[in-house]
Design a protein around this ligand. Structure first.
Ligand SMILES: [Ca+2]
Ligand SMILES: [Ca+2]
Ligand SMILES: [Ca+2]
Ligand SMILES: [Ca+2]
Length: 361
């Protein structure tokens, strides 16, 4: 000590350095979020998968053997840790990653802390013992009805005129969709379904609301949610809609009178075309009742049906036998009108070909 110093106490620095007997394993969680919950916000009683990713971050020559991984749930703010499951891992070598998942069935709604402990009971000597716990805050919600559309049938078009199969101008139709409740616990009552029409290039026009008294909750079967039969929502439409392309908007619970967890799967739209009304003549049957006998008259019966959306006006139906037109009926049919035409013919052919042609001209 030849130099006088103002502070003689800070000249030495020493620390203990531990040389390990050998490389040690270190169980720890992977970087990035090491825990997941699926679904992210389960409802009470729903199965929820807790997934955790961990590793042996020690040297590749190390192995952690026969250690326990424990899963806990802790109801906030001051619940006690409840062991959900404890799983043994036989071995995990340095550099190896492992994934583990368990299914949790929370039975109380609220905020929870989920905790995973690696090497519970400390059976493995590790180079780091204080990085063995991961935690995650989650929420468990109460059940609410979960309304949505049964998409497979789409928008059903039910013409009021039973001979029509499509939407024609000046012809009323019923529009129908089918509503489901995917929640396995809560039924929904007084479910409003609103329909709008938007003609191409025009603005939205309210068609009307359907009110469904009850949309029954789903059930659970072998872990799957099985919806109850869907409920039809029906409105009458098309007194004034113009021919052309239309978009039909359907809103389930448009006033949000029913609280749901997924509010963003309630709106749907469909395209349809309102067609110009035209007649559509169909020869629906051509019958010779009884036996046709050579030289003897018998009736030839022709059914004609206007399956279109307008009257035919004056038109003709021809009866042909082989290559000869033997008779012509003049008639006019209202839309949806069907007539039976009868002609007595005396057979002068062995194998006649009988044909009826509507609106041949
Ligand atoms: Ca560790
Ligand atoms: Ca340990
Ligand atoms: Ca919904
Ligand atoms: Ca709602």
């Amino acid at each position: 000590d030849s130099i006088p110093e103002s502070n003689e106490d800070n000249n030495d620095l020493e620390f203990e350095y531990e040389v390990l007997e050998s490389y040690m394993p270190n169980l720890s969680f992977v970087a990035g979020p090491p825990m997941f919950l699926e679904p992210q916000v389960p409802a009470v009683g729903d199965p929820a998968d807790i997934v955790v990713l961990f590793e042996n971050a020690g040297h590749e020559n190390t192995v952690a053997t026969s250690f326990q991984v424990a899963f806990y749930s802790i109801l906030q703010p001051d619940g006690t840790p409840e062991l959900l499951e404890q799983i043994e891992v036989r071995s995990l070598y340095g550099g190896e990653t492992a994934q583990m998942n368990i299914t949790w069935h929370p039975d109380v709604a609220g905020d929870y802390l989920l905790r995973v402990v690696l090497d519970e009971g400390n059976e493995v000597d590790e180079s780091l013992e204080d990085d063995n716990v991961a935690e995650m805050e989650v929420m468990v919600r109460e059940h609410t009805p979960e309304l949505t559309l049964y998409e497979a049938p789409g928008l059903e078009i039910l013409p009021r005129d039973d001979w029509l199969e499509d939407v024609f101008q000046h012809h009323q139709v019923e529009l129908a969709v089918y509503v489901l409740n995917m929640d396995p616990v809560e039924s929904a009552t007084e479910v409003r379904v609103r329909f709008w029409d938007q003609p191409e290039g025009g603005s939205q026009v309210l068609i009307g609301d359907a009110l469904l008294p009850l949309v029954q909750n789903a059930t659970r079967s072998e872990g799957e949610v099985v919806p109850a039969p869907s409920v039809q929502a029906l409105v009458v439409w098309n007194d004034t809609a113009l021919a052309g392309n239309h978009t039909i908007f359907v809103e389930i619970d448009p006033l949000d009178a029913i609280e749901e967890w997924y509010e963003d799967d309630n709106n749907f739209n469909f395209s349809l075309t309102v067609r110009e009304p035209l007649p559509d003549l169909n020869v629906t049957s051509l019958v010779v009742p009884g036996q046709a006998v050579y030289g003897i008259p018998s009736a030839v019966e022709v059914s004609v049906f206007n399956t279109g959306a307008a009257a035919t006006g004056q038109t003709e139906v021809e009866l042909w036998i082989d290559d000869t037109r033997v008779y012509t009926w003049g008639l006019s049919l209202e839309e949806g009108q069907q007539v039976l035409l009868i002609y007595d013919y005396t057979w002068a052919e062995d194998w006649p070909r009988v044909k009826a042609r509507a609106d041949a001209s």
